[in-house]
Design a protein around this ligand. Structure first.
Ligand SMILES: Nc1ncnc2c1ncn2[C@@H]1O[C@H](COP(=O)(O)OP(=O)(O)O)[C@@H](O)[C@H]1O
Ligand SMILES: [Mg+2]
Length: 632
């Protein structure tokens, strides 16, 4: 179960706040209002500022899910900057694994925490840019973010113009940050005279220089760092590539007061660049696929948000097939497949086929766009053949010799090595255990997109095979699902915590009598009601308090009971008295922090309760159930 603080940025929406306030006034709860004043002013502050905070590309902040370990790791890393203990780090993962989502969230948390580290986030775009324009954009983005942080005015994160030095100097003065004017003038002068080397030196060093002079700490997050040497041009006509800009970070990246967190989607390429140009300056950290529980949570979160229903079983299949890739999850839920139905096996299967094989499928589109950029240098029949062969046998590695022999390639070992290196560099295949071993990338969906496009061309392959493979994989997953249910003596509900959340959100009121009849120790005047929101706290570690609850259903009206609950799933053990006591402590803390008056604790434990736990719950008035009808 994930743990979380009860108040996170994600949990508070303007609508929610308005409803909360309206409900309080409706009920004439002046006292409650006074008690809640602190909480409300905190909410208000979040909302007023949230509107203008760095807009996350993920869309609604609510959608951000999981990445608990990574958030905890990097928030600690950011915190450690104050002790000058954090070394510059490269966050590596193939595209669409959630690097930008993670960095933007780190930016926003660090911004709101306002705890001695100033966040700077810059994405290097995959567009050609003249170096002077790039430097201006980089520098002014930094200066505006810095001013936004110091003035606590998030409006500056989205300035009208990012090319007007005079304007930003004026704003700096107005906000009492006159010490910025000198460096702004220097950068403006270098830009106006197109003194490229000086300009890059000034802007690259700006975060570190300002941190040093002001005795501050800055975290510099640069997204898609590999494009620094591939997209910036020395001339306005964009003919001469400035391919040594990244090298400038040789000393900058050693800074302990303004260390870098860079990311890269072109993993092979970035790793090579870092090791050749910036040796030992960066620690590599790979962003792995989400673990199963987070992937399931993401799936249910998207399902609820976009109102695309899934069942427990189809959720299991989709979680298995998307292999912890948040983009694949979002693409399937949001798919434009006509007549999409993710509640049946057939529907899921068709949607996935559409997404991977159809020219309008967003997964296919996204990979084709990438391949068209990454592949041209190596886009010949042999290269495709090699990729197809390796992806077909993804479970093992191949030596160069094996590849030459099996595919009967007419080229020297040296030529083959060059080709394979290029493919590794763009992450279309992976390096094996040593320099002469290679393997396909571990991504079933990518493999199918690739084969769907190229295999026909190579060996007259019939694409409908891929659909068959999906179905075969579904059958396997389905068996696994039923085996797991059997193992835990379940008849339904592998992801039962989500079934219960959905139940509360969508159907608790109409099922009031039934649910009451299968739940013990509810207060006499209890009724299931309308809830403003029903959610699992998505813990944002290091932000707010860190306790966890699986269910928090906030009643729309203060005269009704809210519910704070725990779900014990995938476990046939009985719920123990110690666990019940631990739950009670969490319950008290949430109740206090959320200023809840009418609230009931609820434990759903599939394996039932020990006698001691049962007695404890009865005594404390904690509602209990193990009844499957909760999952219907
Ligand atoms: N933690 C997350 N929670 C929910 N959705 C996510 C998360 N991370 C990524 N996504 C989804 O995956 C997509 C790709 O993520 P992104 O951060 O752009 O990947 P990258 O930067 O690695 O290419 C996002 O647009 C979003 O839909
Ligand atoms: Mg990105």
């Amino acid at each position: 179960m994930t743990g979380v603080s009860p108040i996170t940025l994600d949990d508070v929406t303007p609508v929610f706040l308005m409803r909360l306030v309206a409900a309080m006034f409706r009920a004439g709860k002046v006292i409650a209002f006074n008690q809640s004043r602190f909480a409300i002013s905190r909410y208000l502050w979040y909302i007023l500022t949230m509107e203008y905070a760095l807009k996350e590309r993920i869309g609604k902040p609510d959608l951000f899910t999981g990445r608990k370990d990574e958030l905890a790791y990097f928030l600690k890393w950011i915190d450690n900057i104050k002790e000058e203990k954090s070394q510059s780090t490269a966050l590596l993962a193939r595209r669409k694994m959630g690097k930008t989502a993670l960095m933007e969230r780190l930016f926003n948390i660090t911004f709101y925490k306002n705890d001695g580290v100033i966040p700077f986030f810059y994405e290097i775009k995959e567009n050609k840019m003249w170096v002077v324009d790039f430097c201006k954009d980089f520098f002014l983005t930094f200066i505006y973010q810095y001013i936004a942080f110091k003035s606590r005015e998030p409006g500056y994160l989205q300035p009208e113009s990012r090319s007007d030095f005079e304007e930003v100097a004026k704003i700096a003065k107005k906000e009492g940050l006159g010490y910025l004017v000198g460096i702004i003038k220097d950068a403006a002068h270098a830009a106006a005279h197109e003194e490229i080397d000086i300009l890059w030196e000034i802007v690259r060093q700006a975060p570190q220089s300002i941190a040093f002079r002001q005795k501050e700490f800055i975290v510099q997050m640069i997204d898609e760092f590999q494009f620094l040497n591939a997209m910036i041009y020395l001339d306005k006509e964009k003919k001469n590539l400035a391919d040594t800009l990244a090298g400038g970070y040789l000393s900058t990246a050693e800074s302990k007061i303004a260390p870098l967190l860079v990311s890269g989607s072109w993993v092979g390429w970035l790793m090579k660049e870092l090791s050749s140009m910036l040796p030992a300056r960066f620690r590599n950290k790979f962003l792995k696929p989400m673990p199963e529980n987070e992937a399931a949570e993401t799936l249910y979160n998207y399902s609820r948000f976009f109102q695309v229903p899934v069942t427990d079983e189809t959720a299991f299949l989709l979680t298995g097939l998307t292999e912890g890739n948040p983009f694949y999850i979002s693409a399937v839920i949001r798919s434009h497949y006509p007549g999409k139905d993710l509640t049946t096996l057939e529907g899921v299967s068709r949607t996935l086929e559409f997404e991977t094989l159809d020219n309008e499928g967003s997964i296919k589109l996204s990979w084709m766009e990438y391949i068209s950029k990454a592949f041209p240098q190596i886009n010949d029949r042999n290269a495709k053949n090699i990729v197809l062969h390796l992806t077909k046998h993804r479970d093992r590695e191949f030596t160069r010799k094996e590849i030459l022999d099996t595919l009967k390639l007419e080229m020297s070992d040296g030529q083959l090595e060059k080709k394979l290196k290029a493919l590794v560099m763009v992450d279309i295949i992976s390096q094996g255990r040593n320099d002469f071993r290679y393997r396909g990338v571990n991504d079933t969906i990518f493999d199918k997109v690739f084969r769907g496009v190229y295999q026909e061309e190579i060996d007259g392959f019939d694409v409908s095979i891929i659909a068959k493979e999906y179905r075969a994989r579904f059958e396997e997953l389905k068996k696994q699902y039923h085996r797991l249910l059997g193992e835990f003596n379940y008849r339904k509900g592998y992801f039962e915590e989500y079934l219960i959340l959905d139940r509360l959100l969508f159907r608790a009121r109409e099922d009031n009598e039934l649910l009451k009849s299968v739940t013990r120790y509810l207060p006499g005047d209890f009724n299931f009601c309308e809830y403003t929101r029903v959610w699992r706290y998505n813990s944002t570690p290091g932000y707010g308090r860190g306790f966890s609850v699986d269910i928090y259903a906030r009643a729309a009206s203060p005269v009704d009971y809210s519910i704070i609950g725990e779900v014990k799933s995938r476990d046939s053990r009985k719920f123990s008295r110690e666990e019940a006591e631990a739950f009670e402590r969490k319950f008290d803390e949430v109740k206090r922090c959320e200023h809840l008056e009418k609230v009931v604790g609820f434990i759903f434990s599939r394996g039932g309760f020990t006698l001691e736990a049962e007695n404890y719950c009865r005594e404390k008035g904690i509602a209990c159930s193990e009844d499957e009808r909760w999952l219907a």
